[in-house]
Design a protein. Structure first.
Length: 368
């Protein structure tokens, strides 16, 4: 981090500190976000826009966003849902394309030339919500990956294998060996983001991999920094804590906190906030995804505060991702204050109830 460009100001803050402490950061960006469409988009986008200057928008709609033209149309719908005034009115969606077995190389060229598409998303088919149209075998994508490498457009990777013989808690680790390492070996100039990493194995791989600056990065969610799988399973199944990749053991959570708070530029903020109707979460086959856009910065501040590393939050939240994507760092700021407030039990999205992560619980940081 270039300390001369830092806006981070911590007043009276430390692990366990109390009083009217505040934390001011250069306005962060969210490098992994789901905003859906229609009434859901209109309800959830303002929550992101009030905190973040930009966000990488996931393309897994139904049908998925597979062309630059579709991404442009989706971008216009997002812009129309922005707040009409205040800092959220300047929010910028950074669009992505959904990679399929049949994505033409020329579509990647159009995406790069558009100026508004900033990545191509790899969903292994069947790995998560709305991934059924994803890639069945990367060998089908060789020509397209070559063009990604040539143009410098990043490949954003959901890093899990879908082999049913592999335990769900091991699928990220196996992905590194079976898919990610061969991919990076075969396409050494390909920019790769290992998204929403959840394991010690992934954190160590990203930290230690032989890669030039700006060629390999990883996003980490707030819920994977704060929670382990006990939160989802102890005392009964809690469906609003169910996400993919799934929450892991405590040792993995600790390793993620160490990575996020290390100051290493390969790690940056990506909420993976994913709104679902309450009824589809509390269902016989509940949807994967945690809704955190309402209180994302407060959750990250809690995680960094508990680690005694609030001074490292600005790099992780505001600088590392912008540097990786080759975009300017924010010049305006946001301020959090140490203040207790209680999350709502649900938000209304056009008549649909969406339950935020930790609904009804008190948080210790609040965005001004």
């Amino acid at each position: 981090m270039n300390l001369s460009q830092s806006h981070s100001t911590v007043a009276g803050v430390g692990a366990g500190a109390s009083g009217n402490a505040t934390l001011t950061l250069a306005r962060p960006d969210d490098w992994h976000l789901h905003v859906r469409d229609g009434a859901m988009l209109e309800a959830v986008l303002p929550h992101t826009a009030r905190q973040f200057g930009r966000a990488i928008i996931m393309p897994n709609l139904k049908p998925p966003v597979t062309t630059t033209a579709q991404a442009g149309a989706y971008r216009q719908r997002i812009l129309a849902a922005r707040p009409v005034q205040g800092p959220g009115a300047a929010f910028e969606p950074l669009m992505t394309l959904y990679l399929t077995d049949n994505t033409p190389p020329d579509e990647v060229r159009r995406a790069r030339e558009s100026g508004f598409v900033h990545g191509v998303k790899l969903y292994p088919a069947g790995a998560t919500t709305h991934s059924d149209a994803g890639v069945t075998d990367l060998r089908h994508c060789t020509a397209t990956l070559e063009v990604l490498q040539q143009t410098g457009l990043p490949l954003l990777v959901h890093g899990e294998v879908t082999d049913p013989s592999i335990d769900v808690f091991d699928r990220e680790k196996v992905f590194i060996d079976r898919v990610l390492e061969p991919l990076r070996r075969d396409f050494p100039a390909l920019k790769v983001v290992f998204e929403h990493i959840t394991t010690r194995d992934a954190a160590q791989y990203v930290r230690d991999a032989d890669a030039a600056p700006g060629m390999l990065g990883a996003t980490i969610t707030a819920h994977h920094l704060l929670l382990n799988r006990n939160a989802m399973l102890v005392g009964g199944i809690r469906p609003h804590y169910y996400c993919l990749p799934v929450l892991k053991r405590e040792a993995h959570r600790v390793a993620l906190v160490e990575a996020a708070t290390s100051g290493h530029p390969r790690f940056f903020l990506g909420t993976d906030s994913a709104p679902h109707p309450k009824g589809l979460k509390e269902h016989a086959c509940g949807c994967a995804g945690c809704y955190t856009a309402l209180h994302a910065l407060e959750l990250y501040a809690q995680a960094f505060d508990e680690a005694g590393a609030l001074d490292r939050l600005e790099g992780f939240a505001s600088f590392h991702g912008a540097d990786f994507y080759g975009l300017p760092r924010a010049t305006d700021t946001v301020t959090l204050e140490r203040a207790s407030w209680t999350l709502p039990e649900a938000i209304d999205a056009g008549g649909i109830s969406v339950v935020p992560l930790k609904a009804g619980e008190a948080l210790g940081w609040k965005l001004r």
